[in-house]
Design a protein around this ligand. Sequence first.
Ligand code: HT7
Ligand code: ZN
Length: 875
Amino acid sequence: AAPRRLDEYRPPAFLVDTVDLIFDLDPAATRVRASLTLRRNKAHGIADAPLELDGEGLDLRSVLLDGEALGANRYALGDHGLTIRDVPDEFTLDTEVIIAPERNSELSGLYVSGGDFFTQCEAEGFRRITFFPDRPDVMARYTATLIADPARCPLLLSNGNPVDRGTLPDGRHWAKWEDPHPKPSYLFALVAGDLVSVHDAFVTRSGRQVQLGIHVRRGDEDKVDHAMACLKRAMRWDEEAFGLEYDLDIFNIAAVSDFNMGAMENKGLNIFNTALVLARPDTATDADYQRIDRVIAHEYFHNWTGDRVTCRDWFQLSLKEGLTVFRDQEYGAATTDAALSRIDDVKMLRARQFAEDAGPLAHPVRPAAYRKIDNFYTATVYEKGAEVVRMIRTIIGHAAFRRGFDRYIARNDNSAATIEDFVAAMREESGFDFSQFMRWYEQAGTPQLRFEGEYDAAARRYTLTLRQMTAPTPGQAHKEPFLIPVAMGLIGPDGAELEARLEGEADAHRGTRVLLLRAAEQRFVFEEVAAPPVPSLLRGFSAPVKLSGHDTAGLAHLAAHDTDGFSRWEAGQEYATRALLDAIAALQRGEAVATDPALVAAMAAALDLAQEAPALAARILSLPGKDVLADRMAVIDPDAIHEALETSRAAIGRALRDRFAALCGAEDASAPFSLDPASMGRRALGNVALAYLMAADPAAGLDAAQRRFETAPTMTGRLGALALLADTATPARDAALAAFHARWRGDALVSDKWFRIQAMATAPDTLDRVEALTRHADFDLRNPNRFRALVQAFGAGNQRWFHDASGRGYALVARMIGEVDRVNRQIAARCIDVFASWQRFDPARQALMRGALDALLADPALSANAREMAERARA
Ligand code: HT7
Ligand code: ZN
């Protein structure tokens, strides 16, 4: 099909005021009766346009217009929908269709998981349930009546509030739900099944009582306390930080183990992947706990940024996703540790979004065209979209941003908005002209920002020159300069923040200021600067760009003295990255790696923080990831990257052996479980220290790892040890993996960890083992979590073996993508990005990666979703 284009947007021909749905739920044949009231939309512009309804895979049984059955000559039924000509300006339409939820392996529309019914309608799943104008700018008021066997489905949930219930003469029961808020079809949801409900309550700041429910499979009810606590914290925070209060009497969350993404913000009835709800200290890691917190908050925040104010069309996806990620990031910063939270968010952005921006899949935050919108739920739309919102706030300041946000919500409430609507509200409240800034939404690619500084001691003047350059991306050969907010300060030789007066300012002052870089090259002149400064640029990562220009002495100075916590960590990471890149270059020249003593000293300094700031210490001690190093190399050399990291870790480990050994002993099993940053920091530090000890002293390390694995009271400690054991081809590894499997094989989420750890292992026999795991009795490619845990984790997270020079890793992943594509197109398509970096490798690997994409493309049965991704990745 031809791509859809942003500039071809046209308002819908018909609007829908009300939708009444009746579901006779049956796994093999569910009857869906839909009654719609429709009216012509003048804004469409064509007075006699036919009614076109989307519909896929629906077995149509009847169509009635204003109560009159339509003969087959009155409508045209195609693969993608139903067209009815000669309809009045206002009318009702009743349709009846049959669908088969148990055969729905795509997990889009209505499907069965573990015997229970769930829906997933974003982006275009509603058309797999009933005929409808399935586009977000058609907002209607819904009722839904669910009829089911009470033994099989005691719980019947939909959006809004329950208004009636009863029992039919045949013994089936029913419940009717009514959602008072108009919504687009992608926010419709139903859940029906035998789930256990955990209840709580929340009183909003205006005194409204909200009943909270989390609904999970039997046996999982002891793993929902954390999610419930997160939900209440998020509800309170949104009131305090954004003045937004929940607007219904009930808020439900249902957990499902077969789910294409993380979670879904359906109005009043969020549906979550079990991985993002269930947690107990012995089953979930600290990272899982934190992720659950953020996703529960994210989906809840969508109630306003997504549900009450939705998107006019899918090109505006970042309007809700970028803004809501920004909101969940702010929540994370406010409720945990702001600097650590920012470090983690930026690491994620760099690993996922910068990589996307650097390859053939690069696209703007607001793409101009798409074939399958499901392929655009990307790090660019989400994470870079959040950075764009953050830059708006950095430019206009917190107060104007908040006023702009309030104005955006008030003006667009209950409607479908555009990115222009959001930016207009910000402009009106701040007076700032965002014309140039809009390039962040339109141009893809990560700008390179280079600085040069010159200090004139006699004039006490410091001149900072900033230059920006953005490389071409697909379809965008030439880039106009971005408007880049550079939050910065000047650090003096004694490590203190220097006073300065920027040209144009009335007085000198100390501390962070924001420079606005508009041109390709721009100079900023600071007067009254008492000593030669080291500039601290992009504080808090004020723009999603790649910065260069510091020498190693400058980095070391900032790592020790910057007043901004994020920037201190950043300088240290950049220092370590350069040291590792030097080590890689030495290995490639066939030389031995000499570990930089200053790097060892920096790690020793980080260890000094172990008591007072263990979480920060753990982050500083974590060497830059393989993805970070790869991003900096002209030609990625996975073997050299691996060896450089191992050699450097071993050298640092040897230099500081005893201090690492002291930190990685058994976890304190008597301490009560806590998620405060210090407790999590100690667990993270234990795992990092263990990695150093294992690299430095394999025998002692193996012992310590076994001990930690066997005795750790938390999954964080146990899994940290298991991951390190999995990197060794030893009997200790085999015993630990077997014990873990035997203990947890009945728990799907923990079993996913077992698969993931092996998929990401660096041990020499990994390829054989991953291949064997694709045939393991517990491997099921119909379950997206399991597929991601093995195949995606291997492709995206095992640089060493996925990129093995033999090409076996590529062939394995391509084969699995082909297989999963037959049952779930979305999951297949999302895995293809592991091949998108092919141009960054040596010619032999390039040929093998292209060959894998070609093999996929040669399959005539490949889905349109996967084909779009493979073609884009191959370009
Ligand atoms: N808005 C939700 C996106 C989503 C989704 C998209 C495509 C296919 C399946 C999906 N499940 C959830 C989740 C979010 O970003 O909040
Ligand atoms: Zn979202």
